[in-house]
Design a protein around this ligand. Structure first.
Ligand SMILES: Cc1cc2nc3c(=O)[nH]c(=O)nc-3n(C[C@H](O)[C@H](O)[C@H](O)COP(=O)(O)OP(=O)(O)OC[C@H]3O[C@@H](n4cnc5c(N)ncnc54)[C@H](O)[C@@H]3O)c2cc1C
Length: 361
């Protein structure tokens, strides 16, 4: 059995930030990432970020990933990175089963940080498995990592920031966005993004969803339907839109499976995207020396994922006997930063979710 000090699962903004602080404090760190490149969702985000100045607002997501990776370069002697390695099992004795290059092997850690992020939610309607129906994140990966457009005429479902930004990126790539459908009565994301789409001629239909998809081997058209105040179909309001791609952006849900497998205490909080681990203000779960940070603890943003990662890294280092030289100052700075990020109207849902989870705000 390979023994390690701190293992971080997931190299998105949360995992990379956790690694930096833990390394700075003097720990030896192993990062395990299932993708071939580090950076998580940042690697496909070509747009300039909103968020806080400290967390690189106005910088493109892909550039933030490079900054976070560069920050680890000073610590190469104490840093091991496994890429294209998926953690498929986590157990109560701090053992992780890893799958890499057609082989399974085990690592045992003194402490573990889970920073696995989130997966896309799906939408139930007839024929929702036809080729041509994608998640918005998948479309972003196809276009921005591999230069492939999903189709010629797309309909987007969901007007949160992801739906709005990916619609804009589709237009930038030369794809016609025929409509944006939103089940709620209001646009979910920032109005500045929605206004840009409207100026470019994309109609936004609120209180509207997809009822059915049609196509022989591939999507050819969809049937939309209006929704009443209980989100039920209003019969007789169906309309057909011809399109060869449908992009679903109806939210993300935390990738909690490893924590659940180790029987960490979990709680279902709809405002935070689904099942999340219960955790202390130090981001420690119910399993001692197992921490969680980023979208796996509730869907927020890259800015908060980075700060949560820093807290988890700081605490893991302390608990393994490597108290950071500036521990008190950094703890206060990170926790204040997180509180600031969650202020204002855009943080209402997150504050409510955290309150329901019984966490301090
Ligand atoms: C279109 C879009 C636009 C966005 N715009 C903004 C914005 O402007 N500002 C902002 O602050 N945020 C934005 N976000 C949100 C932001 O990208 C996420 O909140 C952030 O990436 C979450 O970070 P994370 O580290 O928790 O997870 P992720 O970035 O998802 O990283 C998780 C990593 O863990 C790896 N992993 C998962 N499971 C395993 C496993 N079992 N074994 C090994 N590795 C594993 C994954 O491959 C991934 O690399 C946007 C998101 C999207 C989709």
């Amino acid at each position: 059995m390979v023994k390690r000090d701190l293992i971080i699962v997931g190299a998105g903004p949360a995992g990379l930030s956790a690694a930096k602080v833990a390394l700075e404090a003097g720990l030896t760190v192993t990062i395990i990432e299932r993708a071939a490149i580090l950076g998580g969702q940042l690697t496909k985000q070509t747009h300039k970020f909103f968020g806080s100045k400290e967390e690189y607002a106005k910088t493109r997501g892909i550039d933030i990933a490079s900054i976070l990776i560069d920050e680890l370069k000073n610590y190469e002697k104490r840093l091991e990175i496994l890429k294209e390695a998926t953690v498929v099992g986590m157990y109560k004795d701090y053992v992780l089963t890893i799958y890499q290059g057609n082989e399974y092997f085990k690592y045992q850690a003194k402490a573990i940080i889970i920073a696995t992020g989130a997966s896309e939610k799906v939408l139930a309607f007839e024929n929702n498995d036809l080729p041509g129906i994608y998640g918005a994140g998948a479309v972003q990966t196809l276009m921005n990592l591999y230069g492939i457009v999903p189709g010629n005429e797309v309909v987007m479902v969901g007007s949160g920031n992801i739906g709005l930004i990916v619609s804009y990126q589709l237009i930038q790539a030369g794809v016609k966005v025929k409509a944006l459908l939103e089940a709620a009565s209001n646009i979910g994301g920032y109005l500045v993004h929605a206004a840009k789409l409207v100026r470019l001629g994309v109609p936004i239909y609120t209180k509207t969803s997809v009822k059915k998809a049609f196509g022989d081997k591939q999507l050819e058209k969809i049937e939309t339907v209006k929704l009443d105040e209980n989100w039920q179909y209003i019969e007789g309001t169906e309309e057909i839109i011809n399109c060869d791609a449908l992009c679903i952006s109806v939210g993300l849900t935390p990738l909690h499976q490893l924590l659940s497998m180790a029987e960490v205490d979990m709680i279902y909080i709809s405002e935070l995207g689904g099942l999340i681990p219960k955790k202390t203000p130090d981001y420690e779960t119910s399993m001692p020396r197992v921490y969680a940070c980023g979208d796996v603890t509730g869907i927020e943003e890259a800015s908060s994922a980075m700060v949560e990662g820093k807290i988890a890294g700081l605490m893991a280092a302390r608990d393994l006997g490597h108290r950071h030289k500036k521990f008190n100052e950094l703890e206060k700075q990170f926790k204040d930063q997180l509180q600031n990020l969650r202020q204002g109207p855009s943080g209402v849902k997150i504050r409510l979710g955290l309150q329901k989870a019984g966490e301090e705000l």
